[in-house]
Ligand binder design. Sequence first.
Ligand SMILES: C[S@@+](CC[C@H](N)C(=O)[O-])C[C@H]1O[C@@H](n2cnc3c(N)ncnc32)[C@H](O)[C@@H]1O
Length: 243
Amino acid sequence: MSNTTPFDAMFSTIIGKEYDMLQLICPAATEMSRLVGAAVNAYSSTTETLEVLELGGGTGITTLAMLSGNSHLHILSVDNEPTMQDQAKANLKDWVAKGQLSFCGDDALTALQNLADNSFDMIASAYTLHNFLHSYREQVLKEIFRVLKPNGQFINGDRYALDNIRQHTRLIQEEIGRYFKVLTPINRNDLLEQWIVHLFNDESEDHVMREGVALQQMQTAGFINISISERKAGNALITAVKP
Ligand SMILES: C[S@@+](CC[C@H](N)C(=O)[O-])C[C@H]1O[C@@H](n2cnc3c(N)ncnc32)[C@H](O)[C@@H]1O
């Protein structure tokens, strides 16, 4: 990190270039991508093409989980970090060629604000919303609600902090322990430093996405059938429907 790199832009640095390492230090994060893919596919009909908006597509792990084995989706994948999105463009060029995938380089809120009311069947995301500041996340949730079609579904696999702060702190301590266990033997102190700095950002008071607050924000935005499942340590899958 440098003085000119804001915490929120850390996916443009070494983390973005070596994002695959997340699989080693936090397997639950990549598991969330698989769960988001499964939830999207469970909702999809096999006959008509469904429009899916993906927020924070990153290197394409979640995008691939959604597209695998489903030719009835069209995904617009949004990510404002070229270091990440360029990898997705390279990894997923076959789906771009098939017309199933397109990209947008705007930030999530700007992308949503440029989309019409009731225009997407699903809005899906993994491991992205927890990076947002509270006020930005609240606006994003309102926009997600507006852009979804009636009966459309919002699916998010993400870091949802436990409401019990002591239990949550314990989980974070264990998480840091895992970073050391994986990265120290392979002499990646540079990456270790970056991920710990990033973790401080995720856990900071103006970012941390606590389960109770998140569910309340979604209810306030108008969602129904809000369900939280698949909790694995500090991660969980949330699905909700626009009535
Ligand atoms: C932890 S990665 C997750 C990527 C992918 N969904 C996955 O699970 O592997 C978070 C991604 O969100 C992107 N991101 C963060 N803030 C964003 C914003 N405000 N608008 C759009 N993308 C954002 C980052 O650039 C990064 O690629």
